[in-house]
Write a protein that binds this ligand. Structure first.
Ligand code: ADP
Length: 619
């Protein structure tokens, strides 16, 4: 008792510990799987982003190439123009005018930003914008510009820079102007690339183009323009100051932080958060050195434009990638929790089923135990019953002794009375009456002899002599034995037993059976008005069926099963011993036949003796 009381809380604690362990495991597995799902979804989204970024970078590169390529031929054509050659050969006011107008027209037709010619020393002699005094290049010295030097040295040049006169950025293409082998000047076209940036900004892109020094000179966002991707070496700074490539821009570093490089070649970077994208804003950016503390992560992809020495960079926001990955992680987590919930439900269901099964098994065991107990009780009862039957037999023996005493005492007493009265009658010489009395005494003695004969039969158990017995003759002899009574009681006998009815048995004993049955029938018809005996024998499959029917009281349902029991009788004491039917039953059975009792449909009882045919079987 104490043992179970102390083990119960122990068990509960162990279950609680197991549950906690399981919960911790679930949390760990969920966290790990979510982390995995996050990483996987992030990589997938990043790969998709990289792919579309590559495509867009290609598009932007070709738009730059197109924008520049359109004007490639222009300096070459200008360098061949006679009016330019004349002007450079021998400058004069009229020649300058003519050249100015020609350049103005050509510039307007080509759609370039400016078109101009400079002499051998770098002095601009004529320009398309001659008419605007604030903007005009005419009279300006450009000998420090790289595109001039390149043309002088190698025949042509190209260069991006902020215009020293206009302050507007542009791409310059130059070509040497020669008379024979002699260099007389340089023809230059300035191209406006600002419109490209506006397209990028309008598309919501983050694009920047850097020169060979890593300086952003084209960008979708104004804040990034004219800033160095990474801090510049002093030598570069000095050269830039000399060429005034970016005029007076301070080229403050962008504050780009490099992250890891992906397999695709894209790089994770972060930049300080910038303002609105550039739309319609032109010119150098405000040189703001104050770094913003907030940074944003981007995926940076690059594409080199080797013919220009430039690099286009596309920055893709990583926020959507993170959101997608987070979504995947949350979904995975929910999935796992759902699965866990389903598993828990399943477990609970199994547990319930197990408990039900156990309960059923216990119930079945209980039923089996009870059944076994009932069977035992039944056996005990049966044993008790058998003992009772035994006791009942003894009681019946007692009854029989009493009946016998009664049966014998009555005729004995009668004989004693008759003997006394006969003695008196003899002394008086009344012979006739003496004879009557003696006949009475003889009858009584006969009755007593019959009684003892019955008992002897009952006790006898010897084997019978089996032979072919003619049923009709045996029945006749039985009827003859009972003839006086039948006649006296006016019993009609209807007999229909074929003479060939031969059965296997013992003639004397069969006669005894018939006498018993006929006497019982006569007893049953004692108080009836119509007394009739119907005796038939019919051959059937098993031999002969002999029926002894009467028109008596019939057999009460309550007695039917006990008729053949020894000592069963409904007759008064002294009238019957209850041995006739049980004796007859035993005799018929000894012959290999059966005896049964039925009630006739029209009243009265019928006893059916079934005996084997004597013809077929051995004698
Ligand atoms: P007994 O004749 O001494 O009573 P039996 O064994 O011959 O003993 O008969 C048993 C009982 O069967 C009878 O007491 C009677 O109740 C019943 N019985 C026998 N034959 C008939 C019959 N033909 N009609 C009605 N009852 C019968």
């Amino acid at each position: 008792m104490a043992d179970t009381a102390s083990s119960r809380p122990l068990r509960r604690r162990r279950v609680a510990f197991l549950a906690a362990l399981l919960a911790a495991l679930l949390v760990a597995v969920t966290a790990l799987t979510c982390w995995g799902a996050y990483r996987w979804a992030e990589a997938e989204a990043r790969a998709a982003l990289t792919l579309s970024g590559d495509q867009r970078l290609g598009l932007y590169a070709s738009s730059i190439r197109n924008a520049v390529g359109r004007y490639d031929y222009l300096p070459f054509l200008v360098a061949r123009d006679h009016e330019m050659l004349d002007l450079l050969e021998a400058p004069s006011d009229s020649r300058r005018d003519a050249a100015n107008r020609r350049l103005e027209t050509a510039n307007a037709v080509a759609g370039s930003a400016a078109l101009y010619v400079v002499d051998r020393k770098g002095l601009a002699l004529a320009a398309s914008n001659w008419a605007d005094p604030a903007q005009s290049f005419v009279g300006q010295i450009y000998d420090f510009r790289p595109y001039f030097r390149q043309a002088v040295e190698s025949g042509s040049g190209r260069y991006f820079g902020i215009g020293v006169t206009t302050g507007l950025p542009g791409y310059f293409l130059s070509h040497a102007v020669r008379l024979g082998d002699r260099l007389v000047g340089v023809a230059v076209v300035k191209i406006d690339l600002e419109s490209l940036q506006r397209d990028w900004a309008a598309g919501g892109e983050r694009v920047l183009v850097t020169d060979e020094n890593g300086i952003v000179f084209l960008s979708s966002h104004a804040d990034w323009k004219y800033r160095a991707l990474r801090p510049l070496p002093d030598a570069v700074k000095a050269r830039l100051a000399q060429t005034r490539q970016y005029d007076r821009s301070e080229l403050v570093p962008l504050g780009l932080h490099d992250g890891p490089v992906m397999e695709t070649g894209a790089r994770l970077v972060s930049l300080p958060v910038i303002g609105m994208p550039l739309i319609g804003s032109l010119g150098p950016a405000r040189a703001s050195a104050a770094p913003s503390p907030a940074r944003r992560a981007y995926l940076m992809q690059e594409l080199a434009l080797p013919e220009f020495g430039w690099t286009i960079r596309l920055l893709s926001d990583l926020e959507p990638v993170r959101a997608e990955a987070a979504g995947a992680a949350v979904l995975t987590g929910m999935g796992i929790l759902l699965l866990a919930a389903a598993a828990a439900l399943g477990w609970q269901r199994r547990q319930t089923l197990r408990l039900q099964r156990e309960a059923r098994t216990m119930l079945e065991r209980r039923v089996e135990e009870r059944t076994a107990e009932l069977l035992t009780a039944n056996r005990v009862l049966r044993e008790a019953q058998e003992e009772l039957v035994q006791a009942g037999k003894l009681a019946a023996l007692g009854q029989m002794s009493a009946a016998l005493a009664h049966e014998i005492n009555q005729p004995l007493a009668a004989i004693r009375t008759f003997v006394a009265s006969t003695r008196l009658l003899a002394e008086r010489g009344e012979t006739a009456m003496v004879r009557d009395n003696l006949a009475m005494i003889g009858d009584l003695a006969e009755r007593m002899a019959q009684l003892s004969g019955h008992l002897k039969e009952f006790a006898r158990k010897g084997p019978a002599r089996v032979q072919a017995v003619p049923v009709a003759r045996t029945m006749d002899r039985a009827l003859a034995l009972l003839a006086p009574r039948l006649r006296e009681e006016e019993v009609r006998v209807e007999q229909a037993i074929p003479p060939d009815a031969l059965v296997r048995g013992d003639a004397v004993r069969l006669e005894q059976v018939f006498v018993n049955l006929l006497r019982n029938a006569a007893d049953a018809m004692d108080l009836c008005d119509d007394r009739r005996l119907t005796l038939t024998a019919v051959r059937n499959g098993e031999g002969w069926e002999i029926r002894i029917g009467d028109s008596g009281t019939g057999i009460a349902e309550a007695h039917r099963l006990r008729l053949f029991d020894p000592f069963f009788t409904t007759k008064e004491v002294g009238q019957g011993l209850g041995l006739g039917l049980s004796l007859s039953y035993g005799i018929v059975r000894d012959f290999g036949g059966t005896l049964r009792a039925e009630n006739n449909p029209d009243g009265g009882a019928c006893f059916v003796v079934q005996l084997p045919d004597a013809k077929g079987g051995p004698e």
